[in-house]
Design a binder for this molecule. Structure first.
Ligand SMILES: [Zn+2]
Length: 344
């Protein structure tokens, strides 16, 4: 008995608890419109089984903490196609269609309460987009791709878009930061922005609980700080945060989030890409404020180019004259950046 007990302890100690997110796909179409435009094999591949699937993405993205499964089958639960007894009437997918599809799927074992998210695949006219999410319900009417599923599931897990900030100075010229910034809704290159399959940004990883306490360094004193790349699990700092603005009571309202990207796995950047040769700077609140957007800043020639060169280049300095801070990207070597922060 003692030996068995010790053996079990040996198995469990040191291994991360794995969170299994249960996902179902329900496919249905109105009787008078559309085609069965994606098949079960393609769906299963994109969500669960392919090496570039949403499941593999969340495994890498969460440092092995999360994986996607079905509630019935590990490699995914797919129901349909069902032809439902309603006509497309130009007002997009209706609640009645979904209810009918749920009823049909229930005959095959679908139990909605067992799922963290349900992906409805349909065909309809009059929709504002091709994929959207409301609560834990994702709907896709065309383009069932792995990046689309990664992005929409991010919403189902509680995240908004990763935005960018386009800022102007008093004369109307574009600058990296000012008090006059407008949001570019999909402006971040990360998955919750431009619907790429690039990793979530550090704020959103923290918001979903993927980061350890030791992965974040709050910087309040001038100095040189090491910053490890965001893609691989480590105990070292992967996010440097500088408190940026506070409310009247002195509570921190938002931070500068500093992050290093390197070419690895789903972050399949070219070695020459600006995204892996500089420090990405964003503005975002506390991790606990999961429903708030993050804002990527364009730290390189914002007046002349777009966000393709947003990260702070090696040797360059980002200055916030109001916050009285300089941030300098000093070096990147072996997946670790050295960043100098000077409060003045
Ligand atoms: Zn979205």
């Amino acid at each position: 008995v003692v030996a068995i007990g010790m053996g079990l302890m040996g198995l469990t100690s040191g291994s991360q608890p794995l969170t299994t997110k249960k996902i179902a796909v329900l496919m249905f179409k109105p009787r008078n419109y559309g085609t069965e435009w994606v098949d079960r094999t393609a769906v299963r591949s994109a969500v669960w089984t392919d090496s570039a699937s949403a499941s593999k993405f969340y495994q890498e993205e969460s440092f092995g903490k999360w994986t996607l499964e079905g509630a019935i089958e590990r490699d995914g639960d797919v129901f349909g196609w069902y032809s439902i007894p309603f006509d497309d009437d130009g007002t997009c997918v209706s609640p009645q269609w979904r209810s009918w599809a749920r009823m049909e799927a229930a005959k095959e074992g679908f139990d909605e309460a067992r799922y963290d998210a349900v992906i409805f695949v349909s065909a309809a006219t009059g929709c504002a987009g091709r994929a959207w999410t409301s609560g834990r319900n994702v709907t896709v009417i065309s383009g069932f791709t792995a990046p689309t599923i990664m992005h929409e599931l991010g919403h189902a897990f509680g995240l908004p878009h990763a935005r960018a900030w386009v800022c102007e100075d008093a004369s109307g010229a574009k600058v990296s930061i000012s008090s006059t910034c407008t949001a570019s809704e999909y402006g971040d290159y990360a998955v919750m922005g431009a619907t790429t399959s690039f990793h979530m940004n550090g704020f959103q990883k923290g918001a979903l609980g993927f980061l350890k306490a030791t992965n974040t360094t709050d910087v309040t004193a001038s100095g040189v700080y090491a910053l490890h790349s965001i893609e691989r699990g480590t105990r070292e700092a992967q996010v440097l945060r500088i408190p940026r603005t506070s409310d009247r009571d002195g509570n921190i309202r938002d931070y500068y989030y500093l992050e290093l990207r390197q070419p690895y796995g789903f972050d399949a950047f070219a070695p020459t890409s600006p995204y892996v040769n500089g420090i990405s700077i964003r503005v975002a609140p506390e991790y606990t404020d999961r429903g708030s957007p993050s804002y990527l800043l364009d730290t390189t020639t914002p007046a002349a180019t777009g966000f393709g060169d947003a990260p702070l280049k090696l040797g360059a300095t980002f200055t916030d004259a109001d916050r009285r801070v300089n941030i300098t990207a000093m070096s990147i070597s072996g997946g670790v950046a050295q960043v100098r922060v000077d409060f003045f």
